[in-house]
Write a protein that binds this ligand. Structure first.
Ligand code: NAD
Length: 352
């Protein structure tokens, strides 16, 4: 298979972990006989420095002719007071490519269970996927403004039927590749938008008789995520609820550094990135954990290129390295040897 990828290293530790992604792609290409080509472009703070624009035209054009996009991270104190913000680059690229489906897997590696803020018996066996609607709802609805000279305010939660249906279908398709258990999260006891969401989930569910579907109110789901995370398989929810629940779910793993994500469009173009930020406090020190970035490569192979065996091989290699007693500085694993970014990358690649 031949595929072309745009890499957007961004800021802080972004360039360091992107090197890990590139080395991994090269190794997967050689092992499984694929040709991956890549071109590097700017986004975020580094793009503001060069172009005075967090998402320059050149970057958009390169992404338009790519099969997938890999992103490191953006932001940092250097741009705290600049007019253009690095994070605008992220919002713009999601909007430009209509990346409506955000997939956030939350897997607890056995060797990391003790790092979770939850008790080990509660977190044990947790392996869930949050499917969040990313381009609609309260974050984009208009009007969104102050009124009456600042004495009142309005935000608008709006969705079309099609916007809800496409994210719900993505979630059912995802559930079909997993344990076939879908929890749709809403606030149907209060919000009309949630009642419409529920109706659409029920209608689409008729096409997926193998998937067990349930509806959960967002407040109840937030509690269950910390009292019984292993209960969940796939969660589907709208933008605001998904934003909050996916961050809540990610902290139970005990390390931001190991979690990947995918943002998918209807055309099949996807953007893959670790969930953490640019970690300016450790940038340039060869200390960053490359696992979230490397698992993002795994998600790209699976979701954009349909390369399931290759993706599973990456997950297996990561698991093996952690369980053999190796870690990066951010992870707490008793007795494990601490590796640098480059050493961890080589170790994972050697286990492929
Ligand atoms: P952060 O995720 O960058 O860092 C939080 C803490 O986790 C830091 O102590 C950091 O050292 C550590 N950490 C994060 N990733 C790590 C890794 N791979 N390996 C080892 N340690 C890691 O969050 P923050 O400090 O709140 O934000 C820093 C900058 O990143 C800000 O400018 C923020 O806006 C930006 N940010 C960007 C994204 C993104 O690009 N998607 C996401 C979140 C934050």
């Amino acid at each position: 298979m031949k595929k072309h990828i745009v890499t957007l290293p961004g800021d802080g530790i972004g360039p360091e972990i992107m090197k890990s992604a590139e080395a991994l792609l090269k190794a997967v290409g050689e092992k499984f006989n694929h040709e991956f080509t890549a071109v590097t472009k700017d986004i975020g703070g580094v793009a503001i420095d060069k172009y005075n624009d967090p998402l320059p035209k050149e970057t958009i054009e390169a992404c338009e002719s790519a099969d997938a996009i890999l992103l490191g991270a953006v932001g940092g104190p250097k741009w705290a007071d600049s007019k253009a913000r690095p994070e605008q680059g992220l919002l713009k690229i999601r909007k430009h490519f209509n990346l409506f489906a955000n997939l956030r897997p939350v897997t607890i590696f056995d060797s990391l269970e003790a790092s979770s803020p939850l008790k080990q018996n509660i977190v044990h066996g947790s392996d869930l996927m949050i499917v969040r609607e990313l381009t609609g709802g309260l974050y984009f609805g208009q009007p969104s403004e102050r009124r009456d000279g600042g004495r009142s305010v309005v935000d608008t939660l709006t969705y079309t039927h099609d916007e809800i249906e496409r994210i719900v279908r993505t979630a059912f398709d995802t559930a079909m590749t997993r344990r076939k258990h879908l929890t749709s999260v809403d606030k149907a006891n209060v919000l009309e938008s949630s009642r419409m969401w529920r109706e659409i989930v029920n209608t689409v569910s008729k096409e997926y008789p193998e998937v067990t579907v349930e509806h959960e109110l967002v407040d109840a789901a937030a509690m269950k995520l910390i009292t019984n995370p292993a209960y969940f398989d796939v969660i589907v929810t709208e933008n605001l609820f998904g934003d909050i629940l996916s961050d809540e779910a990610s902290v139970i793993t005990g390390s931001l550094g190991v979690l990947p994500s995918a943002s998918l469009s209807e055309t099949g173009l996807g953007l893959f990135e670790p969930i953490h930020g640019s970690a300016p406090d450790i940038a340039g020190e060869n200390k960053a954990n490359p696992i979230g970035m490397m698992l993002s490569v795994g998600m790209m192979l699976k979701y954009s290129f349909n390369l399931h065996e290759e993706s599973a091989a990456i997950e297996k290699a990561v698991n093996q390295v952690l369980s053999e007693g190796f870690k990066t500085a951010d992870l707490k694993i008793d007795g494990a040897a601490t590796l640098s970014t480059t050493e961890m990358t080589e170790k994972i690649i050697s286990c492929l």
